[in-house]
Design a protein around this ligand. Structure first.
Ligand code: 8X3
Length: 257
């Protein structure tokens, strides 16, 4: 099989980084996208030992920057086969009446609008080649709404809707569209949600074994390596201790989630 090219958003940490590392081990060329230039360069250097890597430093919320980054891809990296729409964060865990509008903007701008911008920028090449796989990283928060999750849940419900919409709109092409909806994954997610409060973030993952970013990367790799006639519409993936967005069995009580 011809070497493939994957573009991964939010590539410098968590699920994005684990996916980039796994893809690199399988010789998939990488376009790593992220906001942290130093982290991007470090990852490019590490993964560059295994595969061809290009890093693109831009903010997904900036539509012009997204278009420029994709339009400026060098010829070797233009034919993107795989798009991993991974970038996204939770900011805050508050009721609507006490929530921060800036947090809402950040979540809607990245998790929803950013995902749309990059997808629209990458689609022309997939359509021209009548070929591609898109994997949208949603969340159980896109399947259920939990207390104080309001706007984050709304943004991930939007990802769930857009995953279905892409499948409908792209049905005339050989472009596969899939979503993975993880439950609790032990990454920087909670540290970002709780604005750097390590103690509060740590508590989210205490008392049970959370999913690891590599667990989700494995599943993403599984999804993109199915035979061409197989498309996985979506997968909800929980830690074994979690039964729903609302029910997580912990050995010790935590007030934070
Ligand atoms: C991450 C899952 O339940 O912590 O998207 O919001 S949850």
């Amino acid at each position: 099989m011809k070497p493939q090219i994957a573009l991964i958003t939010g590539a410098t940490s968590g699920i994005g980084k684990a996916t980039a590392s796994l893809f690199a081990q399988h010789g998939i060329a990488l376009v790593l996208c992220g906001r942290n230039q130093t982290a991007l360069k470090n990852l490019q250097e590490t993964l560059g030992k295994h595969t061809k890597v290009l890093s693109l430093n831009f903010d997904l919320r900036d539509r012009e920057a997204v278009c420029k980054a994709v339009e400026g891809l060098p010829p070797d990296f233009q034919n993107i086969d795989i798009l991993i729409n991974n970038a996204g964060n939770a900011h805050g865990l508050s009721t609507l009446q006490t929530g921060s509008v800036a947090d809402w903007d950040a979540m809607i701008d990245t998790n929803v609008k950013g995902l749309l911008y990059i997808t629209k920028a990458v689609l022309p090449v997939m359509i021209r080649r009548n070929h591609g796989s898109i994997v949208n990283i949603g969340s159980v928060a896109g399947k259920e709404v939990y207390a104080k999750g309001n706007v984050y849940c709304a943004s991930k419900h939007a990802v769930n809707a857009l995953n279905k919409a892409m499948r409908l709109d792209l049905n005339e092409y050989d472009i596969r569209v899939s979503a993975i909806h993880p439950g609790a994954v032990e990454t920087n997610f909670s540290k970002v949600r709780f604005k750097g409060d390590e103690t509060r973030a740590q508590k989210v993952y205490e008392g049970y074994t959370a999913l690891q970013a590599a667990d989700i990367a494995d599943i993403i790799y599984f999804v993109i390596t199915r035979p061409p006639q197989v498309t996985i519409e979506d997968l909800v993936v929980y830690p074994s201790a979690q039964a729903s967005a609302h029910l997580l069995r912990k050995n010790q009580h935590s007030d934070d989630q």
